[in-house]
Write a new protein. Sequence first.
Lengths: 433, 564
Amino acid sequence: MSLWNNYGMNRRHFMQHMATAAATIPAMNFLSHVQANADVLKSSQKSCILMWMGGGPPTIDIWDLKPGSKNGGEFQPIDTAAPGVQISEHMPETAKVFGDLSLVRSMSTREADHGRGRYYMQTSYVPNPTVVHPTFGSVVSYEIGRNRKALEIPAFVSVDGGAGQAGFLGMTHAPFVVDNTGRIRNEPSEESRQRLGARLTMLDEIEAGFMNSRRGELPKAHQDVYRNAVNLMTSRQMAAFDVAKSDPMLGLEAESDVTRDAYGRNGFGQGLLMARRLVQVGVPFVEVNMGGWDLHAGVFDTLKNQRLPQLDKGIAAITADLKARGMLDNTVLVWMGEFGRTPRINQDVGRDHWAASWSVMLGGGGLKNGQAVGATDKDGVQIADGSKAYLPGDIWATVAHAMGIPINTVHTSKRGRPMKLANGGTPIQELIG
Amino acid sequence: MNRRSVNSAVWFSFVVLPAVALLSLHGELVADELAADKVVAGKAADESGVAGAEVSLGEFIDQQIRQGWTDNEIEASPLASDEEWVRRVYLDLVGRIPTLTEARQFLADKNPRKRAMLVDVLLENEDYVRNFTTIWANNSIGRGAPQRVSRSGMEKFYREAFAKNRPWNEIVVDILTASGHYEENGAVNYILAQMQMPDDAVQLTAMTTRLFLGLQVQCTQCHNHPFNKWQQDQFWEFNSFFRQVDKRDHRKLDPKTGRQVDDYSEVVWKEFTGPVYYEKRSGMMQVAFPRFQGREVDPGVGVDRRAELAKLITEPAGDEPAQLAQAMVNRTWSHFFGYGFTRPVDDMGPHNPPSHPELLKRLSQEFVAANYDVKQLIRWIVSTEAYQLSSQYGEKNRIDDPAAGEMPLFSHMYLKSMQAEQLYDSLIVASNAHQSGNGSWSAQEEQRRRWMQQFVVAFDNDENDESTTFNGTIPQALMMMNSELIDKACSVERGSFLFEQMSSPGAETQKINDLYLAALTRKPTRAEMTKMQKALARYGAAKLNGYQDMFWALLNSNEFIFIH
């Protein structure tokens, strides 16, 4: 069977331009098909937006302040819309929407190295030389994305990221990395669009030989990725990446200056706005990266003047926007980095890597929000007595629960080893109620 | 005959040849170099103290690998065809596919020694220098643009080192003891790249052990590692060697704008004596003095600690060959086979036993005995039986699948994805663009570097780590399908490869053969030929467009992008 059979509307779409008719095309009405899909998309549409804070954010200065402690630093806590929950004074807009957000203040992970911490937080597993675990976005792509037949763009999009890997779930579930301008590099010219059909027919011939030559799974994975790439470059859902584009059929409007300003005219803000559009067209997992958190020196100035104003605006905007559109209950928000930062302030007025006691933020998704789960002690150096310590697996199990992915799901590594979803983590009871 | 090639003959002359292709690889060395070999073999054995030197290194390696096959009850794949092998060895050694001419030459060559001869030729090719310069510059400073680091300086350093085939230990010592202007002494750029944030040389410590010693000790910065033999005090003892390092970023006046702009950076000496202080998990402060493998260095005034480290780093670690040699052997093996003896290659130690410990040990000893001769190490590796094997597995060795997490048994060649630079250079070669005078080395490097940046994702942290979207995912596929680079490779303008090949007289079958040979280093199968002719027939008079689309398809294929 040819690779390019069963290609649905994408094939239909580019076949319109095709120079040759090398294969048969299933007849299909493109427009009504999309319309029908749009209805499906509106209902029971579960998605997750991960806000990834690369470098390790000082959660002690953002979500879990310690006024009066020697470790407390320069910032004061303020009240939020959630009764009893206080956050940093430099997060005033977020404080207003905190009824729809939650904190887990008793994260205790053990990896305080960037690479290892990132791997652990994103996969729930510590690095292991003999197996590559999928990041949670890839798990969502595998569990939810592959069932969204109308979705033509990748089910896992990473804005400004690049660390995630699909591991044993296969290359087709790897993150599609774009930058926050939404510009997709190397889109086809009109000429290559026209010649695509003929070229792909020949490509199919050449690839088949190598695929069947007993050289493992990679040759087939190559073909699968090409299939996704062709899907993408011939899809009108591409409009979701460009905040200036409207497509009423997909429910997308060109974003106004007011909206763009509200999210913040910076990479993180515009990335979040793009994430909302991607969720609108059915992408179940979008990761938006914000870097610059590795604050070994000058932590307070950097937070106050650079990081927190952008963070505050972005979180507040996405939360309010999703809510106004009735999408918040179907969209889980997750905010985390690879670890927190040392409660102790170092000689350069910085904070170093710290995994023993820190915070993660969650929101939306139909969770029981407006609360802080768990606590650290008065100096922030350990989990408070009587408070449960949480692992990344517990966070992702909570997300899985909210998205309707069965917690007892087990995947199989290439070696045949069973791998529990979220490393067997348990949904956080207080949040799922 | 120089010393290197004499050494290369040492084991060729004794090897028990398992198969025809090995004969052709090692064959004729036997007769004319036997006398010299005996002398050198004896000398090598004395230097390395290797027991049982009656078994030549080549024979020993092949035996060790074969033992793994026996123990796991598998049978190795047959030998790779000349087509498969020549493409592989070009990509591995010179970082690009062979040109149409080079491929034809090799395939037509009837000399039974042609494989060994090609290896020698390629090791003297300037693209060998370029390839290993790229690899080691990327290892040392990454592919991105770390602050205040001169990539051209780093590349110049490695280029000279690989061109002269300087001993690896000298190269590393130069890097670790470097100081000065980042273009005048390019070696300093390794250190500058590890000094992106003020961190008391923590990153420099972690990266140095990892890259040059194959040891991951970053975790022991904060606590003793439960498995790693390095403990927290050892991390800080090693760290204390680098505390005399400082950098100076110079600024200058831009006469056009009247503003201060970045000028050069340099690594400079910083006075530092006594111990470093670090904190135990318990909160207790500890001291650490400069010490490596149990050898202490005077912590007092007037001692250049990095110079002292340079002396210690090549010393054997007890019964084991110097870790510096083991790390390089492991990395280089992994370059050619896709997997080293440990996984990952830079996490060696008792907690992570190697797949072939005796092989690793002997090869490392011989590498030391050969005065850290990198070309020699490469010759040894590409001359192994394992490197001659096909990448196609059979029923009898399908379990040898490291991609699934199994320990590599090297019973067939494993697929490797081309690196972005290999792809770029291969496209240039496939389209003959390199022959149309694309400017100087540095201009070409600059072009490639700019193109590379689209795939680099920097993580903006103290580890200066990064990732690439040239990883087999959609951005790579889009580039391969639609980019200017691929358009150029498939150009049919006058002077282009396609135009010259396809507009010249000759049968259609010959042209299809040439396209396959240029892209995949093989001719099409009979079935492929039939299908491609059929496809071409649809183009009618626009045959050149047909060849163009065919070349596009060949370059976009899985067979093209995987080194096999």
